[in-house]
Design a protein around this ligand. Structure first.
Ligand SMILES: Cc1cc2nc3c(=O)[nH]c(=O)nc-3n(C[C@H](O)[C@H](O)[C@H](O)COP(=O)(O)OP(=O)(O)OC[C@H]3O[C@@H](n4cnc5c(N)ncnc54)[C@H](O)[C@@H]3O)c2cc1C
Length: 373
């Protein structure tokens, strides 16, 4: 039988996972990445049980989690360092990992499976009959085109699939810094802490043997707080107890405003849209990358089950989209207290940390067994 061929735009979590899963199922695959190399934000990422299962299924798990700590405990603390809530992950896994390590692990598996990864290749659009248009004017024909080109997806927009893009009130600057010798001496996993002060948050996360991941969250309208390089004096005023930590921040960092994306459909003919391009969400439960990888793997699974590409994509969306929608809803709701008065917010976060019903809603995606795993 003729090998089916896929052209993929974007070599992030979604594009690389789709590339691995399709190639492992007999497809010939080419991935187009606009950057000159496979480079992601210098930051950490939480990958929960669901995403870890996907990494295992494609064979990238061992390399991706090498040296990454098991993030067993997550605390939320208020401006006076009082504990608002604590969640302990027992019976399921969650690692905090350097992002680049996951990308490298997926890229290595993809390359071994025969995927052609082309850098400096900017995708410009696609047609439902399976044509990928590149910015240099070339048109590439495929049985399947995958738009995994992130939240500003050109492929999605060329097909008019966007139903709603809501920019949220907040955003985040992410960065990595070196661990201290004391932090390096901790070898029994990672306790991660989210500190609140007014509308600002500092998330502290050890994410490798040597790296610490810091995420500073603030209102998008807070120009001083979102400045990069980070205005350390201003952050130290907001978090006097964290002065030694804030002092360790260097000049690097990347700010992103949170957004929420919904599509009319996840596909058009032979084109599938996956990852942030289809369903970006705020990171309040750390599942954007998890959903991107789950939906990329399941895409390949449905295409293996059903020969007709358009029909397979319809089934894929019908079966997989409800969990992603749930994840977006919960993530969005958990961000709402950001603008509430501190007392109300602490009460809401405390309830969210104790209510068994809310914990079930919040952890449903992490505990889901993804299709194909
Ligand atoms: C502050 C913050 C914290 C987060 N924390 C977590 C977390 O802890 N856990 C988690 O699971 N998720 C987290 N996320 C979400 C996660 O980062 C995203 O959901 C994930 O990166 C989506 O992957 P993707 O492959 O769809 O898109 P991207 O990661 O955006 O990758 C898209 C790729 O496509 C390339 N590209 C773009 N346009 C084109 C084009 N036209 N042609 C060719 N290539 C193109 C880009 O260069 C990039 O390499 C967080 C997000 C933020 C903002």
């Amino acid at each position: 039988m003729r090998k089916r061929h896929a052209e993929i735009a974007g070599a992030g979590f979604a594009g690389l996972t789709a590339a691995c899963a399709l190639a492992q199922r007999g497809w010939s695959v080419r991935v187009h990445e606009r950057a000159d190399r496979l480079r992601t934000t210098g930051a950490g990422i939480y990958i929960y049980e669901n995403g870890l299962r996907v990494l295992e299924a494609v064979g990238a798990y061992d390399v991706a989690v090498k040296g990454a700590p098991f993030a067993h405990t997550r605390e939320v603390r208020d401006g006076r360092n009082r504990l608002i809530s604590v969640h302990r992950w027992t019976g399921s896994r969650v690692f905090s990992i350097v992002r680049q390590n996951v990308i490298n692990a997926l890229a290595a598996v993809a390359t071994r499976a025969g995927v052609d990864i082309v850098t400096d290749s900017l995708a410009a659009g696609a047609t439902p009959d399976g044509e990928l248009m590149l910015a240099d004017g070339r048109k590439l024909k495929a049985d399947l085109v995958v738009g995994a080109d992130g939240s500003n997806s050109r492929l999605r927009d060329s097909l008019g699939l966007l139903a709603k893009r809501k920019y949220l009130v907040d955003g985040c600057t992410r960065l990595l810094t070196d661990k201290t010798p004391e932090e390096m001496a901790v070898t029994d996993g990672a306790k991660t802490v989210e500190y609140w002060s007014g509308t600002r948050r500092v998330l502290y996360t050890p994410c490798s043997e040597t790296d610490l991941y810091i995420a500073l969250t603030m209102l998008d309208s807070d120009a001083v707080a979102k400045a990069v390089p980070v205005r350390k004096d201003d952050w130290k005023r907001a978090f006097p107890r964290l002065e030694p930590l804030i002092d360790r921040i260097g000049d690097q960092g990347r700010y992103d405003r949170f957004d929420l994306i919904k599509l009319k459909r996840w596909s058009a003919g032979r084109v599938a849209i996956v990852g942030d391009a289809a369903h970006a969400l705020p990171p309040n439960i750390g599942q954007g990358g998890g959903c991107a990888m789950m939906n990329a793997l399941s895409l390949a699974v449905y295409l293996e089950r059903e020969n007709d590409v358009a029909a397979a994509l319809t089934t894929w969306e019908r079966n997989e989209r409800p969990l992603t929608e749930h994840t977006q809803r919960i993530s969005h709701i958990l961000g709402l207290p950001t603008t509430w008065p501190p007392v109300l917010r602490a009460a809401a976060l405390g309830i969210a940390g104790r209510s068994q019903w809310l914990i079930r809603q919040r952890t449903r995606t992490a505990l889901h067994r993804p299709t194909g795993t």
